[in-house]
Design a protein around this ligand. Structure first.
Ligand code: CMP
Length: 139
């Protein structure tokens, strides 16, 4: 059992397709509490900073372009074992490999436009949450 906080973004493809409500319903029904939420749009510069860890990957430029192409909903979520349980709920990065019933299986369009982000560690959850929210913006 690890920490109780994770960070997520509903990505431009899912927001644009009006899947945000359905996705948030799944998240809440799985027992996650929303501690902060923000509808926003990343500039290319901010998207580049967020995905800095992928800078050397061949898909980096395209990813930055995609993540700054439309609105996103950033959220901080809480639940016991948040990071691991949330990654199970969203499914594999590639929707073709995502398990039935997962958010990516239901809503993702491709390995890049994969509907939703979930932090991969407690450490990154804290970094990513503070990328979008100050302490006073969290409940
Ligand atoms: P996420 O797990 O949120 O963070 C990294 C993102 O990079 C990932 O979701 C996808 O949106 C994207 N990504 C990962 N692998 C690939 C890939 N092979 N091709 C294109 N985009 C990718």
């Amino acid at each position: 059992m690890s920490g109780k906080t994770t960070f997520t973004m509903i990505k431009p493809d899912a927001f644009e397709a009006n899947h945000s409500g359905a996705i948030i319903k799944i998240i809440e029904e799985a027992g996650f509490e929303i501690k902060a939420a923000k509808l926003t749009k990343l500039s290319a510069e901010r998207a580049g900073q967020f995905y800095e860890v992928h800078k050397e990957r061949p898909f980096y430029d395209h990813l930055v372009n995609y993540m700054s192409s439309g609105a996103i909903i950033a959220m901080v979520l809480e639940k016991q074992n948040a990071v691991e349980d949330f990654r199970k709920l969203i499914g594999a990065t590639n929707p073709a490999e995502a398990a039935e019933g997962t958010i990516r299986k239901l809503f993702a369009k491709s390995i890049e436009a994969n509907a939703i982000h979930g932090s991969d560690s407690d450490e990154n959850a804290a970094i990513e949450a503070s990328f979008f929210f100050s302490k006073t913006e969290r409940f």
